[in-house]
Design a protein around this ligand. Sequence first.
Ligand code: FES
Length: 163
Amino acid sequence: MIQFNETTILKVNEIIARYPEGKQKSALLPVLHLAQVEFGGWLAVPVMDYVAQLLQIEPIEVYEVASFYSMYNLKPVGKYVFEVCQTGPCMLNGSDNIIDYIKSTLNINVGETTTDGMFTLKTVECLGACGYAPMMQLGKTYREHLTKEKVDSIIETCRSKAN
Ligand code: FES
């Protein structure tokens, strides 16, 4: 059965309480983040249905939001998710080359995960760090001024941490 643990439930209730009665849908984004962390890094349909039930909204309202924002994963992802920005400033500074390099190095396409379950490659829109283009998000950190050498080193570090 899908259910947040007790600590997370307290957090969810605290988030819902920030909004006026009947406006609990406003808590959807942060609650989806909590759900993604707690239920394996992605939002399966039953997880989204559970969130809908908690917030007393229709499941479709959750699906719409979860499928709109790139930070929510609708299928299982690897241990490390490379979210490479592909918007104008990053593109002008070579994000296409970085994306191609990651694809060939990891032997995956955008949206795919390596067979060992280690890496997922996603492309995303502007992450607000245009001055550091080309860049990507990796977990809670930004990796900036990417080069092929930096990508190699990031991959190596991830692999060594996982071993
Ligand atoms: S365009 Fe890439 S961070 Fe803004």
